[in-house]
Design a protein. Structure first.
Length: 223
């Protein structure tokens, strides 16, 4: 059995090349590659769990990518292993609380969590951050069919390459609140970030996100 350092959250690092040859270092080991996406894993420094790092370039402006992340009901369509998601509370345009259910293969029980999400956006500087932290408070009552996760933290940073391309990296450090078989742990650590970034690259092609961002898609205007 192996405890999964689950990650579906977001830290986006600046990496100059999309090739595995550009190893990010710092203990990260390559785990999966394809479709312009790289996935790395490493043991977490503050626990016995593993964490993962996903890296890719997305052909869309930062504002368009942010609109995909703000479209909470769309997550089951593209976000890796998202079974269900609800907006619990929206305090401001830059702060919200969501309820998230993470699908896991049988015989492991699905996980759920309540996540505090904060956005910091600097379009002039060409960067946006999405900070996510699982809450310990039972804002949403626990259900017997799910295992409640209360440790998850991540940071999403979207970095502008040019007016129509954004560099995205994605990492999460979390505790699944229990042990799971090593085979399932390893599979999720590779596929979750890969599926998420692949889904994001697909979602930004939809016209509505350009409309939400106020950018004419036919021009692919700058940010």
């Amino acid at each position: 059995m192996k405890k999964l350092g689950w990650v579906f959250m977001v830290v986006f690092f600046v990496v100059s090349s999309p090739a595995f040859a550009q190893d990010p270092g710092d203990g990260w080991k390559p785990a999966k590659e394809g479709d312009g996406i790289q996935v790395f894993t490493r043991p977490a420094r503050d626990s016995d769990n593993d964490e993962f790092l996903g890296i890719t370039d997305v052909e869309a402006p930062i504002r368009v990518i942010l609109e995909v992340f703000r479209d909470i009901p769309s997550f089951p369509q593209w976000f890796g292993f998202c079974r269900d998601i609800e907006l619990f509370r929206k305090d401001t345009a830059s702060h919200e609380i969501i309820y998230f259910v993470l699908a896991t293969p049988w015989p492991v029980s699905d996980r759920d969590m309540v996540i505090d999400v904060a956005y910091t956006v600097d379009l002039k500087g060409g960067q946006a951050r999405i900070i996510m932290n699982a809450l310990k408070e039972d804002l949403v009552p626990q259900q017997d069919r799910y295992v409640r996760m209360t440790k998850l933290k991540g940071l999403a940073v979207l970095t502008r390459i040019d007016d129509n391309t954004t560099h995205v990296t994605y990492t999460v450090n979390s505790d699944p609140a229990g042990y799971i078989p090593a085979a399932i742990s390893n599979m999720l650590a590779k596929k979750q970030p890969y599926n998420t970034l692949k889904g994001l690259k697909m979602m930004v092609k939809e016209d509505k996100y350009y409309e939400f961002a106020g950018i004419p898609k036919e021009n692919k205007a700058g940010q």
